[in-house]
Design a protein around this ligand. Structure first.
Ligand code: CTP
Length: 219
């Protein structure tokens, strides 16, 4: 692998709506941790920007920075961008967050709360806009539907996002979250399919790193 300094985000952000409650998602952070492990084994210095990742999943030897919310993720990924030659946005960052965060709400309160949401910043898009020459940026996409729909929408998402590499995995029907194995379909920034990988999350991480290395060499 041709990368020396790798920054990987992992896990799922939690967006608070009162002092003890949040909106979250089902990402465990395992795939991001396996990307970090594969990059470490390939000899890179690795920083893991972790959104609520279980400590046992995190490989020894990575530098860990906690980023529990989308705002924290934007802050830390932006701060680490200049030092990275490879950035992998594996975290499931919330797309929406509550506009207001209340003090702890009680079930005995007179009214049932309603949550008003706003969009979160798109971290991947911000990183792509701020990148310098020589950096490779990889995104992930979780898509639902049949295999054909996932391929078609994956191609569209790759063109839309403009990451050097977009790794698409299928969710729903037992695919994707909280599983030991994964299937990724790879697309480049032009929307071309660049193959796929199936296996343990470590094996698909290795395949992703190989392809990201090839793409970075061809720039
Ligand atoms: N992402 C991000 N900031 C967000 C949301 C997502 O950086 N606020 C990143 C994720 O880390 C991932 C990619 O963008 O690399 C996923 O893109 P997104 O368009 O959110 O796709 P999905 O959530 O997978 O699908 P959908 O379009 O259905 O939301």
């Amino acid at each position: 692998m041709s990368f020396c300094s790798v920054v990987v985000s992992a896990g799922g952000t939690r967006e608070p709506w009162d002092e003890v409650r949040f909106l979250g998602n089902r990402s465990t952070g395992r795939q991001g941790c396996e990307v970090a492990r594969a990059a470490l084994e390939a000899g890179a210095a690795v920083t893991l920007v972790a959104a609520n990742v279980e400590a046992a999943l995190i490989p020894h030897g990575v530098t860990v920075v906690d980023a529990p919310t989308a705002e924290d993720m934007l802050h830390h990924m932006t701060a680490f961008l200049p030092q990275a030659d490879l950035v992998v946005m594996c975290a499931a960052v919330a797309d929406f967050r509550p506009i207001r965060v209340a003090g702890k709400i009680s079930r005995h309160d007179a009214t049932i709360p309603t949550l008003e949401l706003e969009r979160t910043p798109d971290v991947l898009l911000n990183l792509i806009r701020q990148r310098r020459e020589g950096q490779t940026i990889v995104g992930f996409g979780a898509l639902a539907g049949s295999e054909a729909q996932v391929r078609e929408n994956g191609r569209k998402k790759a063109l839309d996002k403009g990451a050097d590499l977009l790794c698409v995995n299928r969710v729903g029907d037992g695919h994707g979250f909280a599983t030991a194995t994964n299937t990724l379909i790879f697309f480049d920034s032009q929307g071309n399919e660049r193959g796929q990988a199936s296996g343990t999350k470590f094996e698909v991480a290795q395949a992703m790193l190989r392809l990201a290395g090839e793409i970075s060499q061809s720039h």
